[in-house]
Design a protein around this ligand. Structure first.
Ligand SMILES: Cc1cc2nc3c(=O)[nH]c(=O)nc-3n(C[C@H](O)[C@H](O)[C@H](O)COP(=O)(O)OP(=O)(O)OC[C@H]3O[C@@H](n4cnc5c(N)ncnc54)[C@H](O)[C@@H]3O)c2cc1C
Length: 308
């Protein structure tokens, strides 16, 4: 019979939350495995500079910051493996973590799977992704040198993306369904002062048009209901994130946004399972809060194991 390897703690996701948990569980001498489906570092790698992570008055490059998180976790003995977790099952008093053919057992589980870009869900979006539709200015901005691009959204990420795109694009149009913004005031001020950025407000995107490449958007003014065509070379969709909880198959309590509901110590609704970072209902979607919650979850998981 095939026996799965047993760990003290398995952490799903190697973003700021998961790697912070791994530093603490590793240092607590718990046998720790981190499962990450892509590159360690998480979604902060999608931006080029972080200004608000404490301890770096001049800001810090996310790649070097997250590389140091990873090194610190490995220094304390955490193993990091590339694998996508597809399922979690109860197995006696332990949890079985399923990654395709691979299976692992663990006493405690920390879910730190973050979130993924929300889609506009309009005709043409899927077909033109990679051909004018993008979800990451840092990844794709350089393809739009001297072009006209749009950014869909009105939160901090949309402003960050718009400001970043002015490095390359001739013109950046921020398209938002309301006239008020949710984003941080400092970013709004920077965007408003930037001559390359203009605003298309009270407007929704109904369709993305093009063949080989994106050519225009069909937009609707929500106040007048007037539908028109806006010519663009690219659209960056920054309308929010959805938590990565699909693989849990209703195992844990989620809120109406699909975030894992946690209580003290980042405990989820099943014994031995903790959650940290953007995937939870308790974090304000920042690196610093993801780090703090990852540490909380690790300390609680350690206590759980000591009391077993
Ligand atoms: C463009 C952009 C700019 C940002 N700028 C800032 C900023 O300036 N300051 C700031 O504080 N925050 C910023 N943020 C937010 C910050 O990146 C997040 O709050 C933070 O990364 C959340 O960390 P996390 O560990 O919870 O999740 P994530 O960083 O999302 O990491 C989750 C990890 O889990 C992995 N994963 C998901 N599902 C599975 C699975 N089934 N199996 C295995 N692995 C899985 C993912 O691949 C990912 O690596 C920005 C985000 C974006 C997108």
């Amino acid at each position: 019979m095939h026996t799965s390897k047993l760990f003290d703690v398995i952490i799903v996701g190697a973003g700021p939350a998961g790697l912070s948990s791994a530093i603490y569980t590793g240092r607590a001498k718990l046998n720790t495995l981190v499962l990450e489906k892509s590159m360690p570092g998480g979604q902060i790698l999608m931006t080029d500079w972080v200004e608000n992570y404490p301890g770096f008055p001049e800001g810090v490059a996310p790649f070097s910051l997250m590389e140091d998180f990873r090194k610190q976790a490995e220094k304390f003995g955490a193993e990091i493996e590339t694998a996508e977790v597809n399922r979690v099952d109860k197995q006696d008093s332990q949890w079985q973590i399923v990654c395709g053919e691979r299976k692992y057992l663990t006493h405690a589980l920390i879910i730190a799977t973050g979130s993924n870009h929300r889609k506009l869900e309009v005709p043409g979006e899927k077909e033109l992704t990679g051909r004018g539709v993008s979800y990451c200015a840092t990844c794709d901005g350089a393809f739009f040198r001297d072009k006209i691009v749009g950014v869909a959204g009105g939160g901090s990420f949309a402003f960050t993306e718009a400001i970043f795109l002015t490095k390359f694009a001739r013109e950046v149009k921020l398209i938002h369904r309301r006239a008020q913004f949710r984003g941080e005031k400092i970013l709004q001020d920077r965007a408003t002062r930037n001559d390359k950025i203009s605003f298309v407000l009270d407007t929704i995107i109904e369709k993305i048009n093009g063949g080989e490449k994106l050519k225009s958007l069909t937009i609707k003014d929500v106040k007048t209901n007037k539908v028109s065509e806006l010519s663009l070379d690219g659209i960056f969709v920054s309308i929010g994130m959805d938590p990565n909880t699909g693989f849990l198959n209703s195992l844990l309590d989620l809120n109406e946004k699909g975030e894992i509901v946690v209580t003290k110590g980042m405990a989820a609704s099943k014994p031995g399972i903790y959650a940290a970072g953007d995937v939870t209902d308790a974090c304000s979607k920042q690196v610093a809060t993801a780090v703090g919650s990852g540490v909380e979850a690790a300390i609680a998981a350690d206590e759980y194991i000591q009391n077993m």
